[in-house]
Design a binder for this molecule. Structure first.
Ligand SMILES: C[S@@+](CC[C@H](N)C(=O)[O-])C[C@H]1O[C@@H](n2cnc3c(N)ncnc32)[C@H](O)[C@@H]1O
Length: 289
């Protein structure tokens, strides 16, 4: 789980020092809205986080009350689709890293080598791109640069997807890929870009970025990408969903993942009660049966 989930920021303003009034009822409205739109369940400990992130939206919009802001989001007559997306973007938690949970990548490489050919992979909570680029590096290393394999990388948050598409990172975060990969897959910035790196074009060529809400009915981006998938990465996002939502999404993963395909999940997630569809094949790796 991300750092922002584990530790509450004690420096956040107390009720009295807050710039805007933020009542229990405002929090309840936010909680219902983000659950309905993104499936994200916020517990009571998230009140300061919600205040801090949404008060930035109020400031940007020049609004002076949460009630006014939430009315605008929920009133059908003036429904503002753009602000609805900004509301979701503000409330997602996007912590990620290159080669996070590194034990998954040798398992992926072995699977890719064994299957070869035009495989179709999906990274379903791609955040700012470190995870899909780590998968793409593994694809190149296992199958060669001219592999026919392709990766679909999606996220509900359009801001993080834009960052992923730019492929520009701080050097110290890219270093988590290891020194060899740093040389092989990144261009070093200089001058004003000193301390930054850019992903070399061979990796973006393998990846298609698209917005996708795991909660939405049909996953059109997945259907357009491939009739069936060989690999799904769904790491560190199900922790934000309740059990019924997790089950719904896992049932749909089972429909789009071909038998024998692999599902990679996050370190604190556990879907062993979905034995009808998935068998545990390693540490947080499941096979579609
Ligand atoms: C903590 S990050 C995990 C990123 C990456 N998978 C990893 O493990 O490093 C969770 C990501 O899930 C995305 N997310 C949250 N709700 C979502 C939903 N309903 N559909 C798709 N993505 C969602 C967030 O925007 C965020 O980028």
């Amino acid at each position: 789980m991300g750092a922002r989930d584990t530790f509450e920021d004690q420096s956040l303003p107390s009720d009295a020092a807050r710039e805007y009034t933020f009542t229990r009822s405002d929090f309840e409205r936010v909680r219902k809205m983000i659950y309905a739109r993104a499936g994200i369940s916020l517990n009571d400990s998230k009140q300061n986080m919600v205040y801090s992130r949404l008060s930035r939206r109020l400031r940007t919009l020049g609004m002076d009350s949460f009630t006014m802001y939430l009315d605008r989001l929920s009133n059908d007559a003036t429904f503002d689709a753009r602000e609805a997306q900004d509301f979701v973007n503000a409330l997602t938690t996007n912590l990620t890293a290159f080669f996070r949970e590194p034990h998954h990548f040798p398992v992926l490489a072995e699977y890719l080598r064994a299957k070869g050919g035009g495989l179709r992979l999906w990274c379903s909570a791609a955040s700012t791109g470190e995870e899909p680029y780590s998968i793409a590096m593994t694809m190149v290393e296992a199958l060669g640069a001219n592999t026919g394999a392709r990766l679909l990388a999606t996220d509900i948050d359009t801001n993080v997807l834009a960052t992923a598409g730019r492929g520009v990172y701080r050097l110290d975060s890219a270093r988590q890929s290891g020194e060899d990969r740093l040389k092989k897959y990144f261009l070093r910035g200089s001058g004003a870009n000193d301390g930054m790196v850019r992903i070399k074009p061979e990796l973006p060529k393998l990846i298609q970025f698209a917005p996708l809400n795991l909660l939405d009915g049909n996953w059109p981006a997945v259907k357009a990408f491939a009739p069936a998938l060989d690999v799904i990465f769904c790491r560190n996002v199900m922790i934000y969903f309740d059990k019924p939502t997790q089950r719904q999404i896992l049932d749909r993963f089972a429909q789009v993942l071909r038998p024998g395909g692999l599902l990679f999940i996050g370190h604190s997630e556990n879907f062993t009660d979905h034995r009808e569809h998935f068998a545990l094949r390693g540490k947080t790796v499941y096979e579609r049966i």
